[in-house]
Design a binder for this molecule. Structure first.
Ligand code: ATP
Length: 240
C-alpha cells in the first residue's frame, strides 16, 4: 500500500541542557511524500527536523535516512542524503558569489571543475539566477535568497529536502512560486519535509502531516485523514 519510509525515527529524544525537548519520537516519513510538521509555538518542530536532518548533535534514540545513521555519519555524507534549508537562508550563506555558494558542496567533494560548472549552471537556470552568478548572496532579493538556499541544499542531489518555515514572511505569490518548485522536486522523486505554521498550505499541498504537541507526536498520517478527524488539530493547540 503506502510507500517505504525514507526517514525513520525510533524513540528519538533530544535534550538541550537540562530541558528535554523531544520525548521519544517514533516517525516514518514516506519516500516521495511532501510531509509537513505542524504544531503550536514551542512544540519542537524545528528541533525535530534539525534532529532528523542531522543538523544538531546526535540525539538519543535512532534515526535512519535511507541507509544512513546521521548520528554516526560525517556532515558530507549527511548532505548527500538530505539537504537542509534554514528558516532564515542568509544564515547559511558562506561564499562571496552566488556561483561559489552553489559550487561549495561540490568542491568539498572534489568534483572536477568542468562538472561543477555544468551542475551549477543547471541550478542557476532552474532557479532563475543565471544573471546573478557573480552577485554577492546577501544582495539578492528575499525570494532569490530562498531559491539560492534551496539550490545549495540540492546541489549534491540528496533524496530528501528539509525546509524550516519556507514560506515565512513571504507574500502569496512568492510562497506559491516556492510551492511550485517543491512540487517539481517531488515529481523528480525528491522527498520534501517542511515545518510550517500555514495550515492552508498543509491542506493544499502536504501528502502527509505530523502534528507535534509538547515534544511528542500528537498524530501523523495522510493529510486528508488528519483533517477529516474531529478536533485533531485543535487538541494540539492549533486553530483551523
Ligand atoms: P516555533 O513554532 O515557535 O518556531 P517550534 O515548534 O519550532 O517553535 P522549537 O524551536 O523546536 O519549537 O523549540 C521547542 C522548545 O524548546 C521551545 O520551548 C524552546 O524554547 C525550547 N528550546 C529550544 N532550544 C533550547 C535550548 N537550547 N535550551 C532550552 N530550551 C530550548
Amino acid at each position: 500500500k503506502s510507500s517505504a519510509a525514507i526517514i525513520q525515527a525510533r524513540n528519538l529524544t533530544v535534550k538541550r541542557g537540562r530541558a528535554e525537548l523531544l520525548h521519544g519520537i517514533d516517525l516514518d516519513i514516506p519516500a516521495g511524500s511532501l510531509t509537513a510538521v505542524v504544531g503550536a509555538n514551542g512544540a519542537g518542530k524545528t528541533t525535530l527536523i534539525q534532529a532528523l536532518a542531522g543538523v544538531v548533535p546526535p540525539p538519543r534514540g535512532r534515526v535512519v535516512i535511507g541507509d544512513l545513521d546521521p548520528g554516526r555519519a560525517s556532515p558530507r555524507e549527511i548532505a548527500s542524503r538530505i539537504g537542509f534549508v534554514f528558516q532564515n537562508p542568509e544564515h547559511q550563506f558562506i561564499a562571496h558569489t552566488v556561483f561559489d555558494e552553489l559550487a561549495h558542496g561540490l568542491r568539498l567533494r572534489r568534483v572536477p571543475d568542468a562538472e561543477i560548472a555544468k551542475r551549477v549552471g543547471e541550478m542557476l537556470r532552474r532557479f532563475g539566477l543565471e544573471h546573478k552568478a557573480e552577485v554577492h548572496p546577501f544582495l539578492l532579493s528575499g525570494g532569490e535568497k530562498r531559491r539560492l538556499s534551496v539550490g545549495t541544499a540540492l546541489i549534491t542531489r540528496p533524496g530528501v529536502l528539509a525546509l524550516d518555515e519556507p514560506t515565512f514572511g513571504q507574500d502569496r505569490a512568492r510562497a506559491d512560486e516556492l510551492l511550485r518548485l517543491l512540487a517539481d522536486l517531488r515529481a523528480d522523486g525528491t522527498t520534501v519535509l517542511i515545518v510550517t505554521h500555514d495550515l492552508q498550505l498543509v491542506a493544499d499541498h502536504a501528502t502527509h502531516t505530523v502534528i507535534l504537541a509538547e515534544g511528542r507526536v500528537h498524530a501523523s498520517g495522510p493529510t486528508a485523514e488528519l483533517f477529516a478527524a474531529d478536533g485533531l488539530f485543535e487538541s494540539a493547540g492549533l486553530r483551523l
